[in-house]
Design a protein around this ligand. Sequence first.
Ligand code: 2HA
Ligand code: ZN
Length: 276
Amino acid sequence: MSNILQAPALQAFIACAENGWRRGWHERNGGNMSYRMTAAETDACRAYFDESDDWTPLGVHAPNLGGECFVVTGTGRYFQNIKQNPAENIGIAQLNPAGDAYRIVWGLTAGRVPTSEFPTHIMNHSVRVAVTEGKSRVIYHAHPVDVIALTFILPASAREFSRAFWQAMTECVVIFPEGVGFVPWMVCGGAEIALVTAKEMERFAAVIWAQHGIFCAGEDFDATFGMMHAIDKAAQIILKVMASGRPVLQTITDDNLRAIGEAFGLRVNEAFLGDV
Ligand code: 2HA
Ligand code: ZN
């Protein structure tokens, strides 16, 4: 490898960021993404690392991620510029052995500071690694218009959002049979929202942030981006149906949802089915 940008993990990260930009999910410096590198990927990139920076405290503690490396977007950086100038806009952050501090070992040449949501990313990785037996690798935060719009008009709960998405489009319950999590409006960019979001990530791979956007977790970029895309599409359908002003004459019933679960061998979250 004559250039670190040839690393497949970096290429996939850049391609995913570009796709999000093209979807319109990343106005200005909106959104952020991180990828937990495999040991082999880290070893292949190590020759390009500069490990001389001091450790910066994370404000959160992820002991199960100690020493791991993450490709991450930079604070204040724009998704629209990542493809043209990766080294300025993304970087690799290494955690200290205790998992409570980081240093930038490559990239982010403009400022050497990861996304303001880095504490949320690290806590989400920590939880998702634990609940997926180490398979989860990507955390992706975006600002899809229609999902944000829905947070003004649907009841503010994981149950209501999960049911609305499941009923909007048959594939939704297949993609996220556990449902989606929900975080009511709170100040973003720190340890408090990180802990509340990570609690939701114990049960859900996607979490809605009211009046803000979504966090999705997945094993690879396709699965994570696909989850974001499916939820955004479901939100568009819900809003179009509402905007039509027509009464809903038929929908996907709870028994239909159970039948999909049986047909696809999925455990649909029973707590979100039936009356409360
Ligand atoms: O990176 O989206 O939530 C900018 C944001 C903060
Ligand atoms: Zn955001």
